[in-house]
Design a protein around this ligand. Structure first.
Ligand code: ZN
Length: 332
């Protein structure tokens, strides 16, 4: 069972569409790929069918049994997103065969090539978006970690897939992670405006967005805003400096107030244990985001360059940690 939120298979043009020649030798099945290797083709721009045929011819001349890559992504402009091509011949059931794209690493990797030269040109946003959709589907279908998407240069002495595509890899991995956690569309690319310690916290599927902070390596979230966005009720008890987060009934606890500037957060009757502990900031009760989100049955993804934290329901969906109102959702 995949760890990830299901990803639809993108439309992929068949080998017939580019006039593939049949393999010249027997191909062996790729049993469990562990990495995805990114390449660029440094091929002369032509109609994609001609360009891919030329690459296949070149690979056949080198003695490969077929084109070396499993998938190829065209340059924009795209028509209806129909921009990805099957490379190497698959089994009759669509299973992949061992490719020929990364010496010494072909037995456990999927080779994805982007048509073009990304040592000299920038990949476009459109291209990166298409690539992210393809990669997210590959990670889902073969249960591969997004961190295992690597540039060819990480495995062999080469500049492939070019410095510009290599530089886009952290963003691509973040995009893929975003999709694999069921978040729609595009992950934020730019950091939020405001002071440099501000972060954006995206809850659920893109909205609402809450302002949080990254202070001394700890992500902080306003308790009321986050809990409310997740459908919880929040009540502040000034006498005991306690923020109660609950679904149905506020628990009756007789607790002495913590010393200022500390506050206490009680989620469904349990005091939130966090290090550092909750505090007051900008007149709000704030708590370390991972601890607060965890107490609410959520996980946090964080992308440092765009200073974006996403609060998502873990998938496969499991029973959220105890308390009234938590329920078990079963996969169909
Ligand atoms: Zn390569």
């Amino acid at each position: 069972m995949s760890r990830y939120f299901p990803q639809a298979m993108p439309f992929i043009w068949s080998r017939v569409s580019w006039g593939a020649r049949p393999p010249t030798g027997k191909l062996s099945p790729l049993s469990q790929p562990r990495t995805i290797v990114l390449h660029h083709t440094v091929s002369a721009p032509a109609a994609p069918s001609r360009e891919i045929r030329t690459i296949q011819d070149y690979h056949l001349q080198k003695g490969f049994a077929d084109i070396g890559y499993h998938f190829l992504l065209d340059r924009p402009p795209y028509v209806n997103g129909q921009d990805v091509y099957w490379g190497r011949e698959t089994g009759a059931d669509g299973s992949l065969n061992v490719g020929a794209h990364s010496r010494g690493h072909n037995q456990d990797s999927i080779g994805v090539a982007v048509l073009g030269d990304y040592e000299s040109e920038q990949p476009s946003r459109e291209q990166l978006r298409s690539l992210a959709i393809l990669l997210a589907w590959l990670c889902f279908a073969w249960d591969i970690d997004p961190d295992a998407i690597v540039p060819h240069s990480a495995l062999n002495p080469t500049s492939c897939p070019g410095r510009f595509l290599t530089a886009a890899l952290p963003w691509l991995r973040w995009q893929v992670t975003w999709r694999l956690h069921g978040l729609d569309g595009e992950a934020p690319f730019q950091p939020p405006e405001g002071d440099p310690d501000t972060v954006r916290i995206v809850v659920g599927n893109g909205a609402p967005t809450i302002r949080g902070w990254l202070l001394d390596g700890t992500l902080w979230a306003p308790v009321r805003a986050l809990a409310t966005a997740l459908g919880r009720r929040v009540e502040w008890d000034g006498a005991t400096r306690t923020a109660y987060v609950f679904l149905q009934r506020r628990p009756l606890l007789a607790l002495p107030p913590p010393p200022p500037p500390r506050v206490r957060v009680v989620v469904e009757g349990s005091e939130l244990a966090a290090d550092p502990p909750p505090m007051v900031k900008d007149n709000m009760s704030v708590a370390p985001l991972p601890a607060l989100a965890g107490a609410l049955g959520q996980v946090v993804l964080f992308d440092a360059p765009s200073r974006t934290a996403a609060v998502v329901t873990p998938y496969p969906i499991t029973k959220a940690g105890g308390g009234a109102g938590s329920c078990t959702r079963v996969r169909r």
